[in-house]
Design a protein around this ligand. Structure first.
Ligand code: TRP
Length: 473
């Protein structure tokens, strides 16, 4: 056992450094990389968004990531309690724990729509599995059906509210099962088994895509920087995507940091997590956009990229049934490791607070996700046309499902990260956090500068121009 030093009673620790890193990567790599990144990149015009996103990862995401893990390791408890302890030890107000409270609520709300998408992924696994009998494992999927027909799978699913609720139930049920088993037997188990399999399948499919698709056009689309396209809303979308993808501002990395032993170099770990996460997002872009271009489909199809465009591609691909099946299994694995982490944040908080036992607590937090997510699952049917925050310009035209996405990605995560940067940059006692951050010399000063100055200033600016684009005239 590596990380048993300093844990609060009742807290399990990661059984090894590798387990911690895998679990953190497992939480970061998920639907955010595979579904949300391509969707946002396409909807926000490609290059400008992507380049600004990478800028955000390096200069804002990484410093905040290290800050969150540091708070967690210092606090050795669930996220709000960890911030409170860090504040207390710094003679600062415990009200700073608001950053973790916002984050935890955000994690909960993210899981509510995440699980619905997880349910769609299960549906596609089932569909491709069925194709084994229909088309055979080694031929293209959906033989004898038209491309329109295949694209119609998604609207078909969207029109079926009860099926979406059932799929959401299955997905959250699996998530509850693993979280209820605890850190070592549940979360670590999922991460250490599923993430390596994920990376294997992912690499295979990406290499396959690079040889078959339109690589040059994709590179140009994703990496051509056009300054005129970098509007306030695009910047907000990019920074929000950076936080979403790195699981920041959602109490997550604080929670996981609490399980990390003192001997783990947190700066290096943060670098590994951010590199892995960003590579997967970019490679996912390279797996998906070539197909979109080759088929002459719409880049701004949003979620349709994954659930409409790719199935059509698997129709004509050699061994499309097998590859499609593997593909959606891989997405499912990535989604499950993230969902487990998303549920762990509110669960570990409730566990510390109410002391009702892990299993019962998980049932309750998961049950609440089931309810709220159920409404999201019915956004395209029963609750179609209901725009809960539609009176606010940022949320105009967004149904309940999308409102959850916008509220978390574009408001809660950036705000929680902003408060985190101010807290670590200005409020928390440096001696508490700096001694163990794993940085030395110039890197340390750069990190300090980014957290205290660049992150707050840029985040405030982006929130303002992103939420009120009119300000720029
Ligand atoms: N990073 C996850 C993804 O890209 C989503 C996510 C956001 C998340 N915040 C989180 C996952 C907190 C776990 C915990 O899919």
């Amino acid at each position: 056992m590596v990380g048993t030093t300093g844990a609060a009673p009742g807290h399990e620790n990661w059984s090894s450094r590798a387990a911690f890193i895998l679990a953190a990567i497992g939480s970061a790599v998920g639907l955010g990389n595979l579904v949300r990144f391509p969707a946002e990149a396409g909807a926000n015009g490609g290059g400008a968004f992507v380049i600004f996103y990478i800028f955000c990862i390096v200069l804002i995401g990484l410093p905040v990531l290290l800050s969150e893990i540091l708070i967690g390791r210092h606090g050795q408890a669930a996220a709000p309690q960890s911030v409170r302890k860090t504040a207390r030890d710094s003679n600062a107000s415990e009200a700073w724990s608001i950053l973790a409270t916002i984050g935890m609520i955000a994690a909960f709300l993210i899981l509510c729509f995440y699980s619905v998408i997880g349910g769609w992924v299960l549906y596609y696994i089932g569909t491709f599995a069925g194709e084994i009998f229909n088309s055979g494992l080694f031929s293209g999927a959906f033989q004898g059906r038209s491309a329109e027909d295949v694209q119609g799978l998604m609207p078909g699913l969207f029109a079926n509210g009860s099926l979406q609720v059932i799929l959401h139930l299955v997905f959250i049920g699996i998530t509850i099962f693993f979280v209820a088993r605890g850190v070592n037997r549940g979360i670590e188990f999922v991460a250490t088994w599923l993430m390596p399999i994920f990376f294997l399948i992912f690499l295979g499919i990406t290499i396959y895509g690079l040889f078959t698709g339109d690589f040059g056009r994709t590179a140009e689309y994703l990496f051509t920087f056009d300054l005129s396209k970098l509007t306030g809303p695009v910047m907000l979308a990019a920074v929000g995507q950076a936080f979403f993808s790195l699981s920041l501002g959602s109490a997550m990395m604080i929670t996981y940091g609490a399980y990390a032993g003192r001997d783990i170099n947190l700066a290096k770990t943060s670098g590994i997590i951010a590199t892995a996460d960003t590579s997967v997002a970019l490679l996912a872009g390279f797996a998906i956009f070539p197909i979109v271009f080759a088929a002459g489909l719409d880049v701004s199809a949003g979620l349709g990229l994954m659930f409409q465009t790719l199935p059509v591609a698997f129709q004509t691909m050699p061994a499309g049934t097998l590859i499609g099946l593997l593909f959606f299994i891989m997405v499912f694995f990535a989604a499950l490791t993230s969902a487990v982490a998303l549920l762990e944040a509110p669960t570990s908080w409730a566990l510390d607070k109410f002391r009702m036992g892990r299993q019962r607590t998980t049932m309750i937090t998961g049950g609440l996700v089931l309810l709220v997510g159920g409404v999201a699952a019915l956004s395209s049917t029963v609750f179609a046309g209901w725009e809960p925050l539609g009176f606010i310009p940022l949320f105009e035209g967004q149904d309940f499902f999308n409102t959850l996405d916008v509220l978390t990605g574009k408001v809660m995560l950036p705000v929680a990260a902003l408060i985190t940067a101010i807290f670590v940059g200005w409020i928390a006692d440096r001696r508490l956090l700096d001694a163990e951050n794993g940085l030395d010399g110039a890197m340390h000063h750069i990190w300090r500068f980014l957290v205290a100055w660049l992150c707050p200033i840029v985040l405030i600016a982006i929130l303002v121009v992103g939420i009120f684009p009119g300000i720029l005239g």
